[in-house]
Design a protein around this ligand. Sequence first.
Ligand SMILES: C[S@@+](CC[C@H](N)C(=O)[O-])C[C@H]1O[C@@H](n2cnc3c(N)ncnc32)[C@H](O)[C@@H]1O
Length: 273
Amino acid sequence: MRIRQILAGEKGLSRTDVIGAVSFVCKMTKEELLRDIDSRLDEATLNAVKDCLGERRAGKPLAYITGVKEFFSESFFVSPDVLIPRPETEILVEEALKIIGTGGNRVSVLDMGTGSGAIGIIVAKHAGSSVVCVDISAAALRVASKNARSIGVAGRTRFVCSDLFGAIKEGPGFDVILANLPYVAASEWEDLMADVRQYEPRGALYGGQRGVEVYERFVRDLPGRMKSGGHVLLEIGSSAQAEEIGGMLKGIGLTVNVKKDYSGTERVLVGHG
Ligand SMILES: C[S@@+](CC[C@H](N)C(=O)[O-])C[C@H]1O[C@@H](n2cnc3c(N)ncnc32)[C@H](O)[C@@H]1O
């Protein structure tokens, strides 16, 4: 069977998913795949493609099938132990890089709830800063540290297993603290896409009954962890959370700005000390 026939014949999945699955099995880039669209696949390759498409049809996210996801133009390993990095998280990274700069400086940075390491690793790479990456999940940290090695920032990143700031020894605090902690409320759980609910780690998504409980604990511990004149950037999920979590940051004396994502949703809170 030719690649073109597979792409045309698969009706139940998006073209992006089918191209992603076929290029993964054939070890080709998407550009190579489209260039060689009239090549024939041998039987073993065709069977592997069918298995892959079957898994995707059953709901498994493509990134968990291929084991990789692109974020900020870098290839990150992902496993079901980590949240698949989302495009909207790039907004937090862009805002962080505006604050830190890209000149290889001495700013100390903490990435709280690092997961695959997406935020901290990109900041370490582009800003040249040292980044402490924290997660409550040891399995997630294993994925993150593999990513740090493959992206070439192992020397500038350190991985700490901790419930929020509990095991963080650094004093006198950090210049910049970044966090994408769980923020889905109990009432929103059933509205998540089935693929997300079924396959992505609940501990990476569920923020408590009201959705803000993890951030509430985080903000309570923030004073003393952030240097005076420092900055905190948090990913959030709604205007209500911008109001509520933004209010918590103001309550500890920070000035707060809100950044929207490309769909107009309040996505990042930027607090300045
Ligand atoms: C929404 S995911 C973000 C992952 C990654 N930073 C990203 O943006 O793709 C939240 C992460 O926070 C971690 N986490 C949840 N509760 C935590 C806690 N109490 N302390 C530290 N990390 C926590 C989860 O294990 C998960 O990796």
